[in-house]
Design a binder for this molecule. Structure first.
Ligand code: ADP
Ligand code: MG
Length: 264
């Protein structure tokens, strides 16, 4: 199981939309995915149209009152499971900050899932701040996927999160953390600004930047209000095509080369 944190400390850049629709796309491609909603705003949970009873979140897991298995709920979609979130999860920041293992607690919990072989990918949706939940996610992840909005302030934010990734790597918590990718969101090819931002990012991060870009579309924006993924809301539209292509590119990047090909 690979743990992928979808992270950017800026809000409104497409983290939740990307975590949710990439997870859905991977599930449609036969990958077993556990989506973990680590944002107290619980947008992944509501965006999937899931209602959960109080106490359904990582909160009791992070405070050692429940196991992660107890908090996993089915989403009604094949191959896609969820650990939901709720407003109360915000309180765990304070509890975690008090403990001396706060950086590694989530990491240890998720590492505990690996031997079970229940999921190929664990995707973490993270809150828009550099608080304890976010740093826990970075410490727990094998890889980071950064959604980046095509605007100038997006570039400033990128520099900041790359700095935080370096700090996490430099700590004992997670020296092997990799920046798996940067995906441009809300792209509008008609604007010079969108094209300039893409050019700038590809200059500094040529390896990491996904060639797939997520366009700004009305359908992507409205899907969560129906509790649907983009594949359920507008199966053949541009948004579904883009997130499908993103999942294909993601899987190509993660493909282990077959021995015969590697030998050539
Ligand atoms: P974050 O999780 O980073 O705060 P969201 O994924 O919630 O960002 O996106 C912020 C808002 O923008 C949401 O209302 C979402 O529906 C909308 N949105 C995200 N991506 C797109 C897109 N490609 N096209 C149109 N609207 C989008
Ligand atoms: Mg979000």
């Amino acid at each position: 199981m690979k743990v992928v944190a979808v992270a950017n400390q800026k809000g409104g850049v497409g983290k939740t939309t990307t975590a949710l629709n990439l997870s859905a796309a991977l599930a449609l491609r036969g990958q077993r995915v556990l989506l973990v909603d680590l944002d107290p705003q619980a947008n992944c949970t509501s965006g999937l149209g899931i209602e959960v009873p109080d106490g359904s979140s990582m909160y009791p897991v992070l405070t050692n009152e429940a196991t992660v298995h107890q908090q996993i709920v089915p989403t009604g979609r094949e191959n896609l499971s969820l650990v939901p979130s709720e407003m109360d999860l915000a309180g765990v920041e304070i509890e975690l900050a008090r403990s001396d293992d706060h950086l590694t607690r989530l990491r240890n919990i998720l590492q505990g899932l690996k031997p079970n072989d229940l999921f190929e990918y664990c995707i973490l949706d993270t809150p828009p701040s550099l608080g304890v939940l976010m740093t826990s996610a970075l410490a727990a992840a094998d890889e980071i996927l950064i959604p980046l909005q095509c605007e100038w302030f997006g570039l400033e934010g990128l520099a900041k999160i790359v700095h935080v990734i370096d700090q996490i790597r430099g700590s004992d918590a997670n020296p092997n953390l990799t920046l798996e990718g940067i995906v441009m969101t809300m792209y509008d090819g008609r604007t010079l600004l969108s094209r300039q931002v893409v050019e700038e990012v590809s200059r500094f991060f040529p390896e990491q930047m996904y060639t797939t870009m997520i366009p700004r579309t009305i359908r992507i924006g409205e899907a969560p209000s129906h509790g649907k993924t983009i594949f359920e809301h507008d199966e053949t539209g541009l948004g579904a095509q883009a997130y499908g292509a993103l999942a294909d590119e993601f899987l190509r990047r993660h493909a282990v080369p077959s021995p015969s090909l590697a030998a050539r």
